[in-house]
Design a protein around this ligand. Sequence first.
Ligand code: TSJ
Length: 645
Amino acid sequence: MNNDINTPVTESYDENSIQVLEGLEAVRKRPGMYIGSTGERGLHHLVYEIVDNSIDEALAGYCDKITVELLDDGIIRVADNGRGIPVGINPQKGIPTVTVVFTILHAGGKFGGSGYKVSGGLHGVGASVVNALSSWLEVEVRDGQKVYKQRYEKGNIVTDLEVIGETNETGTTVTFKPDPTIFTDTTTYDYDTLKVRLREQSFLNAGIRIELKDLRTDVFEPKSDEFHYEGGIKSYVEFLLAEIKKEAISDVIYLTSSQGDSTAEIALLWSTAYDSRIMSFANTLHTIDGGTHEQGFRQSVANVVNKYAFDFKKLKEGNARLKGDDIMEGIVAVVSVKLADAQFESQTKAKLGNTSIGNLVRTLVNEKLYLYLEEHPADAKIIIDKAIAASNAREAAQKARDASRNKSGIGGKTRMPEKLKDCISDDPTKTEIFIVEGDSAGGSAVEGRNSTYQAILPLWGKMLNVEKARDDKVYGNDKLTPVITALGTGIGENFDINKLRYDKVVIMADADVDGSHIRTLLLTFFFRYMPELIEQGHIYLAQPPLFRVSKGKQRFDAFTEEEKAEYIERLGGSADVQRYKGLGEMDPDQLWETTLDPERRTMLRVTMADAELASETINMLMGEEVEPRKQFIEENAVFATDLDI
Ligand code: TSJ
């Protein structure tokens, strides 16, 4: 037996043997060329290289269970119940096939070119690479009669293949310890990284059972998962849907076809989401950067939906064609292709380049998705309506965005909202804008204000629920557009605090439930779209009083029940008490005296000083759960007080 990886184990010098002659030494010299990197990714890649062999055995129909175990000391064990790697003498090399698999560098590894054959052959690709990069590796083969074992260290054979017992089972078990002198960053496996990948593989290979066990004694708690999906990529889209916490608005649509060596398999559905989630794979490798198969999918889905909408007259005049992005809104899809000579492009080698597979996908979608729509007109209607809604929202957003761009300077002045009663001064260090709830309060405020420095912008009606809406709706909302326009800063990426037209932005709403609602919505809007305004202390909450306590010429405004009682006592125990029902019922003078006059008013400055409270609040506001948000809105008065600095 040949015990040295530097000694060629073959006598033949044909072209294929050149790599063989290089031996595993080459792998240890330039590990990155074989596994991508020697960082965390490369470390995890070792496991995938081994597991892929068991998956091939399962695809060949001889294995239905794969187990991956994380052991102490960075050791990994992968076992399957397949036929077992052949132990007979390989006629070309004169040594057991299993030894060939682990000690000879095979041409055409995953990183050296194409490493995939759709059916059979090419098993064991990568096993020698893993062996070369392991401090030690042991393989155990069960052939239904005997248990064979061989051990290697850094790729070198240290024991002959020997029989160590008897068995009536079949299968292969590989145990290895990645070499810490190669994986210098880390040799610690991340359970969740393996979990995501193994789950993905079990989706892509319907019916396979993959078990993952964390048996490391130093982990906080032992973990294990089992993945088994008879539905394959149909189960995958359902899983992805659950992951984004959305509802389906169509059935799962499953399309498949093959041509020669190539197959394309697609599962898709439309959900209530506002973006799309498309996962593409080539030969079960996740093509993060997409490629021909994914592009073919996107284009043909857009074509088919448009063609169907046109053929069945589902679009109004002028809505001539729906854009791809609008059709894709809410789509959840898995596109999985298998092909003989996958060509990968891009920096990360995660983009498929084969044009023929793009055409296969296009043909598949063009024919079968169209048929599906014809046969499921109710689904088709929902899908098209959703695309039309997306299209309308996008157009509204564009209009609002244009409106929010401050064109003053070169192109003249932005037109201010009709409802805005602006102030005379345009000195942005002195001016104030009051965003007022309701038209009647707005009227009093306009009359009562100091018109040199104080602008009034009345808002009315039921506001849009900012937390729940998509960005487009916020941009396009006719309640918020005047606010954006009046402030002058623009929002999102257009935001420019230097264009702020007022020093103080004051939210003025009643102390009742509606007022609290509006306050919450505006605060949420500012938090989300103009956080700098809060950070730099420009946002305020007006504090209109609740009571007027008077006796003769003496008058006091009380902001709380306690204050009211205090004033009554100060006035000798009896006094006239007027309850301010709302801003709308104050006359202009009262509003000026109590709420607008900088000399007398009380205002709360909204700050982010209590950053934790703010972020928690916003998380809760932005979250999916309705209950805490509802509760928050009801308790909004408390929020305002908490922000009082
Ligand atoms: F990568 C590996 F080599 F290290 C490895 C291979 C690791 C593990 C965990 C499993 C396997 C593996 C290989 N499982 N099952 C097989 N099957 C074969 O190698 C095999 C068995 C029988 C025949 C045959 O034609 O009879 C052909 C093959 C390729």
